[in-house]
Design a protein around this ligand. Structure first.
Ligand code: PEP
Ligand code: MN
Length: 361
């Protein structure tokens, strides 16, 4: 599908080359905290400040943001530093307050993107404004729901439009707060190539130690920008304390001796290299998915092994395996794979599965 979208170079605040960096605290907490953080970020050229004003919290009674009075602090940031400012909106009321206070950019949070009624209302409230709007992926891995949000905004005339990939909720035990689900962002790039994509490694990671590796991965995949939470005193933060960086640590990540590497593609040659890096990064994601699927398959094999043991059935069921292999060869050749490749791969999978079941005897 083709959307009518302006590239970030025409939004008026990102100076390319990439990455476009948005930084600031999870939440605006006080005027001093907001201003001190903004001044720290401005020193090394960050010109889009973020701060949550209304916070979607899992439990009631947690810090739910300072609300509209915090928008005055953002106005002060603009006045004192010349930065542009942004915050999350989750209702038409939030949109009206942001427009009234001269907020330059808003984003729709992951929980809100999952609700088409709210996205539609927000899109209609934004109609006729010159607002830049970013949309986080929904908390569940539903690419079409994410795309639907862009369509609703674009239909209401929003052309300065971008995506923020922040990973998805998972019940699996993983090292990050959210499953990076890179294939969802890759799917978005394929389906809406004109849409710029930002990564939010802070909410993806949940812990500051993982922010760098996730940022680099996003740049390798060709994302246009990063949204990184930064607080003048991360450990004192009222929300997401573990995943925020001081402005100095952010500077180190972007420009320090071991900084993240921007894949830049101006000349023929470097554009070739950039394509290669991006394609390899995609291959890496697919390979990880293959490993995860194989691990899931072996888990099922283990359960089958248990049943066979309970019912005293031998592990090898030759007729069943022949029919599986025939089916896979047919599907594989239809998908353009050679018969030999399918045979080799599935025989290796079968061997491993027999081994897994054998160990249970
Ligand atoms: C945020 O950016 O502060 C936030 C709440 O993020 P998300 O919607 O990704 O959880
Ligand atoms: Mn946060």
């Amino acid at each position: 599908m083709k959307m009518d979208i302006l590239p970030p170079s025409e939004w008026g605040f990102f100076t390319l080359p990439r990455p476009c960096v948005i930084a600031g605290p999870c939440s605006a907490e006080s005027e001093e905290q907001v201003l001190e953080t903004a001044v720290g970020l401005r020193k090394f050229g960050i010109n889009m400040f973020r701060a949550g004003i209304w916070k979607p919290r899992t439990h009631p009674g947690c810090f739910e943001g300072v609300g509209a009075p915090g928008l005055k602090w953002l106005q002060e940031v603009k006045k004192q530093t010349g930065m542009k400012v942004s915050c999350e909106v989750a209702s038409t009321q939030h949109v009206f307050e942001c427009v009234k206070h001269g907020v330059d950019m808003v984003w729709i949070g992951a929980r809100t993107t999952a609700n088409p009624f709210l996205v539609q209302e927000i899109a209609e409230a934004l109609q006729g404004t010159d607002m830049t709007v970013l949309v986080k992926n929904p908390v569940n891995p539903d690419l079409d729901l994410w795309i639907g949000a862009f369509e609703r905004l674009n239909n209401c005339g929003i052309r300065k439009l971008g995506a923020i990939h922040r990973g998805v909720s998972t019940s699996q035990k993983i090292k990050y707060r959210n499953d990076p689900a890179w294939d969802m962002a890759i799917g978005l790039r394929y389906k809406v190539p004109e849409l710029p994509i930002f990564c939010d490694p802070s909410h993806m990671a949940g812990k500051r130690e993982y922010i760098k590796e996730l940022s680099q991965r996003a740049l390798d995949l060709g994302f246009e920008g990063l949204m990184i939470e930064s607080h003048n005193c991360p450990d004192c933060a009222l929300s997401d304390a573990k995943q925020q960086l001081t402005p100095a640590d952010l500077l180190n990540l972007l420009e320090g001796p071991d900084h993240i590497v921007v894949r830049d593609g101006d000349t023929q040659d470097s554009s070739f290299r950039e394509n290669m890096v991006q394609l390899r990064a995609k291959i890496d994601v697919i390979d990880e998915n293959i490993i995860n699927l194989l691990a899931q398959r072996m888990e099922v094999s283990r359960k089958i092994g248990e049943f066979k043991k309970e019912h005293n059935i031998p592990i090898i069921q030759a007729a069943r395996w022949d029919s599986v292999l025939d089916r896979m060869i047919e599907a594989g050749t239809q998908a353009g794979l050679s018969e030999q490749c399918v045979r080799d791969v599935f025989n290796a999978v079968h061997d491993e599965s027999v081994d897994v079941q054998h160990k249970m005897l």
